[in-house]
Every structure is written in C-alpha cells, then in structure tokens.
Design a protein around this ligand. Structure first.
Ligand SMILES: Nc1ncnc2c1ncn2[C@@H]1O[C@H](COP(=O)(O)OP(=O)(O)OP(=O)(O)O)[C@@H](O)[C@H]1O
Ligand SMILES: [Mg+2]
Length: 284
C-alpha cells in the first residue's frame, strides 16, 4: 500500500469566526503505482487533501500514512524524499540564477556530492522533455511551458515514489498541455511511481488516469474508473461537474447511429468506434 488516508478531517482557522471544515472524514487507499485523478469544484478540498501527503498540513482528525509512515508524526525530511508535490504555477518558485541551480537546489540542500547531483539534474531535465542546454540559462529566459517543465524537473530530481501534481497544465496552451501530460504519462510508465493528478479538465483526466476520485464540499463524492465515473454524467451534474464533451456527443449520436458506444470518454476511443462503424474507412 502506498497511501492510506483514514477518517481525515481538516479545519482552517479553527476557533475563529472564519472556521472552515475543508475536509470531512476522508477515506482513501491508493496502491503503489496507481495513476489517480482528483476532480472537484473550486473549494472542494483537493489542494487541502494533497497537502496532507507530505506533511505541509497535519490532520485535525484521522490519519494519513505514506509507505507505512504516519504523516502527522514522521520525520518530514524522509517523507519529502518520498512524496514530491508540484504545486499550481510551480514556476513562481524558480529563483536561482540558472535552471541548473534551481533543479539542483534540493539535492545540494541534501548534501549530495556534485558529480552525482549533476547526473540527476541532467536526467531530470531530459525526463521533462527539455534540452540540456537550458540548464545554463536563467529561468526567466525560458518560455512559459519551459519554465513549468523546469520547475517540475526540480521535484522529479528527488526520484519521488509518490508524485502529486496540482493542475500542472493550468494556463498553458494546448501544445504546452500535451507536452506536460505526455511526459507525466511516460514517467508513470517508466518509473512505476504512484501519480496523483489534480485537474479541472475532464478531457485530460479521461485520457490519462486509471482511477478518478471526485470531491465535493470536503468529502469523497465518487471513486472509480474513468468509465464508471463518466458513464452517468447526471451524478456529476448534480454537483455542477460534467463528463468529457465527447461523451455527450456520443450519447446524442447513439440516437440515430446504432453501433455508437455511448460509454466512450476520449476522442481517440470515439475515432476507433466510428472507424469500426464505417467499416475501416479513414477517420480524421
Ligand atoms: N489557507 C486557508 N485559510 C482558510 N481557508 C482556506 C485556506 N485554504 C483553503 N481554504 C478553504 O478551504 C476550502 C478548500 O480549499 P482548497 O484550496 O483545498 O480547494 P480546491 O478544491 O483545491 O479548490 P481549487 O479548485 O480552487 O484549487 C475552501 O473553502 C477554501 O476557501
Ligand atoms: Mg486547489
């Protein structure tokens, strides 16, 4: 078991007029190597939840363990070597004069020798799909998408067994989004790390993850495979969310084209399904 969240509750500004029960008795078990998506409205508690995974926040009630270590009592250093969190807009935390120093920051702090660190930094920049030559540049000289990737490399360099990403593609153009998601997918496949992805995009979630956790008002609303979650959009609509657009389109087409699979959740699956109906003719 990679992560175990038991009866977790969290309250912001306890005892003040602004007291906010952000998490209410959350229970989740995540196996090692799972790729999990978390969706939910603004304010539903997604960021609060993930901040418990490396001890930034401590449970008000309940318990969280990562690889058997209890987050509330653990040595934060050990925990943070295992759990890497990429926060929203991580590029705001780039501050060194070169990308190289930025990515290596945590390694230096850890006391790793420079030769070993050098190797890790080069592996990390490659893992996010950037060229080694950006290492000598100032972070400010990079494009938006490159900056984001450099910042993510600064988390990957620690080889986390659990990688948590809070809206890693927010604010990027479609090409930038695709690049980010393709290396995250690759990384999951290659390293076997547990990956937790918070996203507002149902399309991205449907394409990427194996399991979706839906949060609503600080509680778990649904937990299942993407197909199970998106199959009945009505349940998501009740809390103001929706299924991927392609699912609605397929459901409508089903009314006049027999053979349409209305449980489809990605454009790639839709293409396959339509191709089959048309008898193998090319569909673009
Ligand atoms: N530092 C804080 N102090 C007080 N209340 C907070 C704080 N951070 C979050 N909250 C409140 O806790 C609740 C959960 O917030 P959280 O940021 O976890 O939601 P979220 O699902 O990540 O939202 P978003 O999709 O906007 O990122 C919200 O009502 C929010 O206003
Ligand atoms: Mg958030």
């Amino acid at each position: 078991m990679s992560i175990e969240i038991m009866d977790l509750s969290y309250v912001y500004m306890k005892g003040t007029p602004y007291e906010k029960h952000a998490l209410k008795e959350i229970n989740i078990k995540i196996e090692k190597g799972e790729f999990v998506g978390i969706i939910g409205h603004t304010g539903s508690g997604k960021s609060t939840l993930i901040q418990h995974l490396n001890g930034i926040l401590k449970p008000a009630a309940g318990n969280v363990t990562v690889n058997g270590i209890s987050v509330g009592q653990s040595n934060l250093k050990t925990l943070r070597q295992q759990v890497g969190i990429v926060f929203q807009y991580p590029e705001h935390q780039l501050f060194e004069e070169t990308v190289y120093k930025d990515i290596g920051f945590a390694l230096v702090k850890q006391g790793m020798d420079s030769e070993k660190a050098d190797k890790k930094i080069k592996e990390a920049i490659k893992a996010v799909g950037l060229d080694e030559e950006v290492l000598s540049k100032s972070p400010y000289a990079l494009s938006g998408g490159q900056k984001r990737r450099a910042a993510i490399a600064g988390v990957l360099v620690m080889d986390p067994q659990v990688l948590v990403l809070d809206e890693p593609a927010a604010g990027l153009d479609p090409k930038g989004r695709d690049e980010i998601y393709s290396f995250i997918k690759e990384l999951h496949k290659k390293t076997g790390a547990t990956v937790i992805l918070v996203s507002h995009s149902m399309e991205d979630i449907a394409k990427l993850v194996e399991r979706v956790i839906v949060m609503n008002e600080g509680a778990i609303y649904m937990d299942g495979t993407p197909k199970d979650i998106f199959r009945f959009p009505e349940k998501l609509e009740e809390i103001g969310l929706s299924a991927p657009q392609i699912t609605y389109l397929m459901k409508r087409m089903k009314n006049f084209i027999p053979g349409i699979d209305e449980t489809i959740i990605t454009v790639a699956q839709a293409k396959e399904n339509i191709k089959k109906i048309l008898g193998g003719k090319k569909v673009d």
